[in-house]
Write a protein that binds this ligand. Sequence first.
Ligand code: FAD
Length: 569
Amino acid sequence: MNPQVDPQPRGPRDAGTPRRVLIVGGVAGGASCAARLRRLDESVEIVMFDRGPYVSFANCGLPYYVGNVIADERTLLVASREMFRQRFNVEVHTETEVTSIDRDARTITVRDGRTGAPRAERYDVLVLSPGAAPIRPPLPGVDLPGVFAVRNIPDSRRIRAWIADRNAKTAVVVGGGFIGLEMVENLVHRGLSVGVLEKLPQVMPPLDPEMAVPLREHLAAKGVRLHLGDGLARIEARVGGGLDVVAESGARMPADLVILAIGVRPETGLAKDAGLQIGPRGGIVVDAQMRTSDPNIWAVGDVVEVRDVLMGQETVLPLAGPANRQGRVAAESIAGRATNFRGVQATAVVGVLGLTVASTGASEKGLRRAGATGFQKVYLHPGHHAGYYPGARPIHLKLLFSVPEGRILGAQAVGLEGVEKRIDVIATAIQFEGTVHDLAEAELCYAPQFGAAKDPVNVAGMLAENVLNGDMPVAEWPELGHTDAVLLDVREPDEFADGHVPKAINLPLSQMRARYGELPKDREIWTCCRVGQRAYYATRFLTQHGYRARNLSGGYMTYQALKGAGLAP
Ligand code: FAD
């Protein structure tokens, strides 16, 4: 059956002719584009299609709806069809799937989900924002009842119903990334016993392995069963009910329900079929104004490839912030403004059972993968506010910067409080191409309950400055096994007795001035303490007394994290 073109064609883009803008996908990117375009241009006709029952819903809130933290489904609906019509004069068709694009005729074929009837819709401008689909690996059992992915409200509703109807007690989340861990938190919140199967040897793959160690320990302490470094082989239905998640190693994890959260893949089917250019990372190729290889088609959100401004290469980054901003940029471009999308730097945060994990910019493993060498890093563990004010909690922070310029390349932080604030500050500094000197100089909020006169961000910048100007030569923890340097722990004897790095000798900073003559001058001295501060003082003292001293950045705390990740002897 040949779809009928409806409504009346309105001719090409002539001056004075209202243009017809069709948008595929009505959530983060699509809805932002529609609303912004209307604010810029009252003359265009805007029609938005979504194959789901809702537009503009809060996908980021879905895990919390499963966890019943958000109990009322209606609060997830940020805007309705009616609101789009009344407020923005945008026509919305839900449960209407766009099945093909005819670029020559400038039409799309849509199928009404209620009637099944196809029809053609003509466009002058087409915007694609179909998002990304959860990856369902072609493995036995992934389609069994009780195995879910979380993408939309109906998915979340089904998971809630499954938990309630079967009185589910155990769950396994396959994949320890952002969405997987948010699901872990919410399933634990619902009282389920939760396990995680993750192919990598760490949770939260974007982090460097040692920065994921505090998170792993936190999850374990909260009773989450972690099975890391093992991929999913299959899922089996158990006789008598329930499921078995079977790992590649043969390990079995029983569960009443399984959440698949092993990543998402850009929904490029429409674009591919229409011959639009697809990039090496599997997303639609767009220019800085979000225009695809077809000048009449824009694309935004999870479906596109974007430039990673730090790594200087294309990437896919399925996050809501970029999708919203891209929708806005596309609208501006369609309205004739030359606004550019700046690219992404992968700023992200996740909360997991009280712990916050956040990162921005490049990771060390990403830099190494890209062959970068001219960079350095510092570790620090400052309190989230002044130590004398009750309740200070440590933030484990890692800062990466270029040498010798000191350009900030990336940062990762883990802690109970104040984590995302620091990463947001550093993210902003990165956006303005800031250096570690800018961090050292940053004038930030301070009162005892909020921060410190030297905020963790300042301290990170100062430490990095010390590395750059030679005040604090650093030694690398993983080199411990290959050095004849004296390993000098400058903590007090009781701290040393509580645990120390193998082969370390103890000379407390408090006795350094009296006893430094005991140290050999013909060997390097690598200093260490709990977090790196006293070791820094010792390094300064020793270098000024003719010793070749270096500081093991981040102290014993960082050593333990690196050891936990298998990166230190
Ligand atoms: P989407 O928002 O996914 O919208 C795409 C829409 O297009 C869908 O409604 C889909 O039904 C529709 N569609 C697809 N194909 C067609 C078609 N052929 N015809 C008609 N309609 C179609 N990001 C964060 O930054 N922070 C978070 O905390 C966070 N949490 C998340 C939690 C979950 C559970 C999920 C799933 C995502 C989360 N994200 C988060 C990611 C964020 O939601 C996405 O990056 C963002 O929604 C992408 O916007 P988009 O417009 O590209 O796609």
